[in-house]
Design a protein around this ligand. Structure first.
Ligand SMILES: Nc1ncnc2c1ncn2[C@@H]1O[C@H](COP(=O)(O)OP(=O)(O)O)[C@@H](O)[C@H]1O
Ligand SMILES: Cc1cn([C@H]2C[C@H](O)[C@@H](COP(=O)(O)OP(=O)(O)O)O2)c(=O)[nH]c1=O
Length: 214
């Protein structure tokens, strides 16, 4: 059975870059790696609806925190069988965002913390009811909000199709979201977490030895 490793963090924190680094390190050591990023915008109708709602379609859908969270959750539910298959075929399955993204962003939008109704409701939906595979490790890639925003701005200017949506450019939402993430990590919400400093150079070798394969 492969290990399920999740990378979490703010928009622009450097999650994709970290996933590339961990993948290169694991591959160089002869381990097989499967990668998946949520939301699966181009592969799942629920994620497609999320993207459309964020662009202002579907009436007041984007205003509903629970409505959007259900769509993000259904995207994962539809990926669960493929995820389980990958876990039996690969040494490591590396996810860019997973259930905790829904917890952190939803709670932040509602001005709640990790002990509020929203996180409890989400746990009931995705963990208990949808029974999604449990991560062996959740990595919080931690950077100050301003650093994440600068990186996301830079990416917006230099890459196609990476425009930030309204939530991504809302600095105070991102700040609250970072705080909920820190609480979830401190409480080892759902499964073990490790916090990685994403401001300075990340030592992929140590991270892989001490946490990813541990
Ligand atoms: N450690 C880092 N130092 C400086 N820039 C970084 C670092 N990690 C990522 N970046 C840059 O920041 C931007 C956002 O990174 P990305 O990995 O796409 O973030 P995310 O997937 O978390 O949204 C990219 O332009 C990337 O090249
Ligand atoms: C996966 C997921 C993402 N989100 C949010 C976090 C981000 O602000 C947004 C989009 O995710 P993101 O990974 O940043 O996609 P992209 O940069 O390609 O648009 O969706 C949730 O609220 N719940 C979830 O379950």
């Amino acid at each position: 059975m492969g290990r399920l490793i999740v990378i979490e963090g703010l928009d622009g924190a450097g999650k994709r870059t970290l996933a590339n680094g961990i993948t290169a390190e694991l591959t160089a050591r002869g381990h097989s790696v499967a990668r998946l990023a949520f939301p699966r915008y181009s592969d799942d109708v629920h994620a497609e609806l999320v993207a459309e709602a964020l662009r202002g379609n579907h009436g007041d859908l984007a205003d509903s925190v629970h409505g959007m969270a259900v769509l993000y959750a259904l995207d994962r539910r539809d990926a669960a069988d493929a995820l389980r298959a990958d876990l039996s075929a690969y040494d490591v399955v590396l996810l860019d965002r997973y259930v905790a993204s829904n917890a952190a962003y939803g709670a932040a939008r509602l001005y709640q913390d990790s002990h509020g109704d929203f996180v409890a409701w989400l746990h009931e939906l995705e963990v208990m009811r949808f029974a999604l595979p449990k991560p062996d490790l959740q990595i919080l890639l931690q950077v100050p909000t301003e650093v994440a925003a600068r990186r996301a701005e830079h990416r917006e200017r230099t890459e196609v199709d990476r425009q930030r949506d309204n939530f991504e450019s809302d600095a105070s939402l991102q700040q609250r979201c970072g705080e909920v993430y820190e609480q979830l990590a401190a409480e080892n919400w759902w499964s073990p977490w490790v916090v990685v400093d994403g401001v300075n150079h990340v030592d992929f070798g140590t991270l892989v030895d001490k946490h990813v394969l541990a």
